[in-house]
Every structure is written in structure tokens, then in C-alpha cells.
Design a protein around this ligand. Structure first.
Ligand SMILES: [Zn+2]
Length: 311
């Protein structure tokens, strides 16, 4: 009798609250914080998002913590960057999670790279001598906001498949996100316009999509080959090339050692900028929008200092 009353009380409460018992939030796990931000934008209060890699970590090399396995084992949806970015750490996590839903090809698995613009897809044969080249192209594609929109659309479609009753909610959030991002893109493009064609060097190949979208030209890398640490000969060649082409900016991801970039800066008079490629890379970058806000303001501050406006 007592339990019946309690049950009645609980259902009365639900009626009083005016809501049908809400379906449990979709448990979303993303490999990176950038995907986490996009999933949160689209999923709103219908999702709980856990991002595995922190933005200040090299996304190629992430130490899987026990909490990662737990998160993946409970996930309804796993969203990955793909193009082999996570190949060094994600496959064992997926298999040890024993979660059938989120296995590659499963209903709860989303490779976010399927409809984005991918650069640097290698042609011809790939050899070991080329370093850690990604055969499926450069996986750092999220640094073009147009690719961010494509990923957001994929996420909206996938969430709608998993929760058909919430389709209108996800689509409305997608439309709102795309509108806000388009407005921001116009602002960013206008800010970067005076510096179109500026030549830069980056540590790793993290910024090709960013450079293409915002009009920078990447003429070289601190790494001699992707994933290979700097070597004295390559550094010397790079310094000479930078002097020849009057390159005044070196962009370094937060997880790389600054010793070689600083030496290059001293030899060439270039500014060395620690530029986060991901949400959470520095404290002020809390979501997909502030990532571009931060990076573009950082660049413009440095470009004003070195005086390389091209128009
Ligand atoms: Zn990479």
C-alpha cells in the first residue's frame, strides 16, 4: 500500500511538473574537445557530452585514462575526427569498452570527417621515409568553420536517428548554430582581409584548413616530417627559407617544445606564437567560437607588431 502511494505521488509530481518523463539524455563521447563543443551546440539539453582528449594535448598521442574506458562503455554515441587522427589510442579503447553500439559502423558511431573538405590527400605511394603521413589526408580539418558546419550537420542527423522524437529540436539548434557561425565568419574574414597572403611557418601540419580559409600561406614546418622532431639541418634550411621569403610568424601548438621555434625566432626576427588548434588549448578558448576569436586576435596582434599587412 505504502509503495503504491509513493508511486502515485511520483506520477502526480511528474504531472504537476508539466512534463512527460523526459527520455534520458543521449550519452555522447567525443575524442576531442572541438567535437565536444559542436555536439553540445547541437544536442543542447538532450545530450550529456564527454570529450576525451584535452585541447592542450597532442590529439595524435593521448594517454587513455581508465575514465575513458568507462565513458566509452556507457556511450550512446561516439564521435571521432577520423582520417587516422586517433589511430594511436582510440581503437583499443573502443574494443575494451565492450559497447556494441559505438563500434565502427555501429548505429552509435560517427566519423565526423565524411562530408568535410580534406586537404593534403597524398597522391602516389606512401613510404616510411615520408614520416607520419596520413594516407586519408590531413585530419586537422576542424579549423575551417565551413567544415565545422558540415560536422554539425552530421551530428544533427545522427542525433535525430537516435532520438527521432527530438528531430525538430536538433534541426532548430543546427540552424541557429549555422546562422551564428556564418555571422562570426564574416567578422573573422574582415579582420583577416588586410593580411591576405601572409607567409607563416607552423610546427606541425595543424593549420592547413585554417590557412586556406583565412588567407595565410604556410611555407614550411618546424617538424622535418609529420611526427618527426626537429633536426639541426632541417632547422637551418627552414631559417634560410624564412629569411629568403621574409617570413615573420611561427605558429606553435601548445603541446610542442618551444626551444627550436624560439631559436628560429631569434635567427629570423620572427614572432613565435603559441596558437591553440583546439577548444581548451588555452584557458580562454572555451568553445568552437572562442577558438577562432582567440586565434585570429592572437594572429592580428602579432601581424600588427611585425608589420606585414599586405593591403
Ligand atoms: Zn597531425
Amino acid at each position: 500500500m505504502r509503495s503504491k502511494i509513493r508511486l502515485l505521488a511520483v506520477s502526480m509530481l511528474a504531472i504537476v511538473a508539466g512534463s512527460r518523463p523526459a527520455a534520458a539524455a543521449v550519452q555522447v563521447v567525443t575524442t576531442t574537445a572541438d567535437l565536444g563543443s559542436l555536439a553540445q551546440e547541437i544536442g543542447g539539453d538532450r545530450v550529456t557530452v564527454t570529450a576525451l582528449a584535452k585541447g592542450y594535448q597532442d590529439p595524435h598521442f593521448v594517454d587513455p585514462k581508465p575514465s575513458f574506458i568507462l565513458a566509452v562503455s556507457r556511450a550512446d554515441l561516439l564521435i571521432v575526427i577520423g582520417r587516422e587522427l586517433e589511430i594511436g589510442w582510440l581503437p583499443p579503447l573502443i574494443s575494451s569498452s565492450r559497447n556494441a553500439k559505438i563500434q565502427p559502423g555501429g548505429k552509435g558511431y560517427l566519423d565526423a570527417s565524411m562530408n568535410v573538405k580534406i586537404l593534403e590527400i597524398p597522391t602516389g605511394q606512401i613510404t616510411r621515409a615520408m614520416g607520419d603521413v596520413h594516407p586519408q589526408g590531413n585530419p586537422h580539418y576542424w579549423l575551417d568553420p565551413e567544415n565545422g558546419k558540415a560536422v554539425a550537420k552530421e551530428i544533427a542527423d545522427k542525433l535525430s536517428q537516435l532520438r527521432p522524437n527530438d528531430r525538430a529540436y536538433f534541426e532548430q539548434r543546427l540552424n541557429d548554430f549555422v546562422t551564428r557561425l556564418s555571422d562570426a565568419e564574416k567578422r573573422w574574414a574582415a579582420m583577416m582581409a588586410p593580411y591576405k597572403g601572409t607567409k607563416v611557418v607552423t610546427y606541425h601540419r595543424s593549420f592547413p584548413n585554417f590557412a586556406e580559409r583565412f588567407g595565410l600561406e604556410v611555407i614550411g614546418y618546424v617538424e622535418p616530417r609529420p611526427g618527426i622532431p626537429p633536426s639541426p639541418q632541417h632547422t637551418l634550411d627552414l631559417i634560410n627559407e624564412m629569411k629568403k621569403q621574409n617570413v615573420k610568424l611561427v605558429l606553435v601548438e601548445p603541446y610542442f617544445d618551444l626551444k627550436t621555434p624560439n631559436a628560429i625566432g631569434r635567427a629570423t626576427g620572427a614572432e613565435v606564437l603559441v596558437m591553440p588548434p583546439s577548444v581548451g588549448g588555452v584557458k580562454d578558448v572555451t568553445d568552437y567560437f572562442t577558438l577562432f576569436d582567440y586565434d585570429i586576435n592572437l594572429l592580428i596582434g602579432a601581424l600588427k607588431k611585425v608589420g606585414t599587412a599586405t593591403h
